[in-house]
Design a protein around this ligand. Structure first.
Ligand code: ADP
Ligand code: MG
Length: 318
């Protein structure tokens, strides 16, 4: 089997239902139709073996994770994911691995009605770069730079579960059932596409939490030239963190990455409508702080004291 039969067998064969793909895999470029009134959102993410995933993981999970972290970037913009390209570098041609990888791609893409429209296949150390293309109605995409003093800060779900999984990959004293639950958080994050329509109508700024709440909220603050105060009491900490790391539970929630929940800000006059429409869909979110004029991050502790908050999160090259 060579490069081309590999592409045909494992990637060109992945079906999709999208009518806006004029043509996809097989030409030098894909050709796509963008409806009037919509804007294109483009984002790319690379995953490298032993940095973003372990080589020993099931290739099915690696593919799902690669798709989900890309979909999450479109979710953070309030958009809908549509198309994906995949640049895949493989150390060898392992058909069993490719079969699992291709199945993971198929299942995660079909879940979000995304078409695989092209890519590149090369030989080298295992890594993959995915470029996702999404759409949002003209002028509605959410920005990091749109937070305003007085905005309430929200997160879309519990934090720290994925970081807890990473911290405990080698720990033996974790209950089998809990371990499975944590690995699910790490391997199959759920991008918050479901919040898109409400956030692009009512929210000001948004970001997905890939590096950790404090680091990602800090991106919103820097881009918006504002500061923030977090109410530590309100941070939704994953329940298993309290069970296994009661003492530093908040550290996991504040600086743990890989959860892919959204952090967003809402002006007070839109808060009620946002919460009502989210609730009507059976969704929820947690108020965790305020955007303020004073630059920098602060934390309001449970005793009421306000202290500076260290910005901690994952950084390559640091
Ligand atoms: P080129 O020579 O123009 O770079 P390739 O021979 O690399 O094209 O790829 C042939 C076709 O297969 C192209 O349409 C390309 O987009 C697609 N393709 C290559 N690798 C992948 C992959 N890993 N996943 C999806 N499509 C791929
Ligand atoms: Mg090529």
């Amino acid at each position: 089997m060579d490069e081309f039969s590999l592409i045909n067998r494992f990637f060109k064969s992945i079906p999709h239902q999208r009518k806006d793909v004029v043509f996809g895999i097989g030409d030098d470029a894909a050709c796509l139709e963008i409806p009037d009134g919509m804007q294109l959102l483009v984002s790319c993410d690379t995953l490298v073996e032993n940095v973003h995933f372990l080589g020993e993981w099931d290739a099915y999970d690696i593919a799902c994770k690669a798709v989900m972290v890309n979909v999450s970037d479109i979710a953070a913009m309030g958009g809908t994911p549509c198309w994906l390209t995949l640049a895949l570098t493989l150390p060898e041609l392992n058909q069993q691995w490719l079969q699992r990888f291709s199945q993971g791609l198929h299942d995660s893409l079909s879940h979000y009605n995304i078409a695989l429209i092209g890519g590149d296949t090369t030989r080298g150390p295992l890594s993959m770069t995915l470029t996702i293309h999404g759409m949002a109605p003209k002028g509605t995409a959410l920005r990091r730079s749109a937070a305003v003093p007085g905005d309430k800060i929200y997160v879309s779900g519990e934090l720290g579960g994925a970081a807890l999984a990473v911290a405990n990959l080698t720990r033996q004293d974790i209950d089998e059932h809990d371990r499975a639950r944590l690995m699910q958080k790490l391997l199959h994050p759920v991008p918050r596409i479901d919040l898109g329509p409400y956030l692009r109508t009512y929210a000001n700024a948004a970001i997905d939490i890939s590096d950790g709440l404090s680091a990602d909220l800090n991106h919103i603050c820097e881009e918006s030239q504002v500061g923030a105060c977090l109410f530590l009491q309100n941070i939704p900490v994953h329940p298993l963190i309290k069970k296994y790391h009661g003492d530093n539970a908040l550290d996991f929630a504040l600086s743990g990455g890989d959860d892919y929940e959204l952090c967003f800000t809402v002006a007070p006059q839109h808060e009620e409508q946002l919460l009502m429409s989210i609730k009507q869909q059976g969704l929820s979110c947690y108020p965790i702080g305020m955007i303020e004029k004073q630059l920098g991050l602060r934390a309001k502790r449970i005793d009421g004291d306000i202290v500076p908050l260290e910005v901690l999160g994952y950084r390559h090259f640091s």
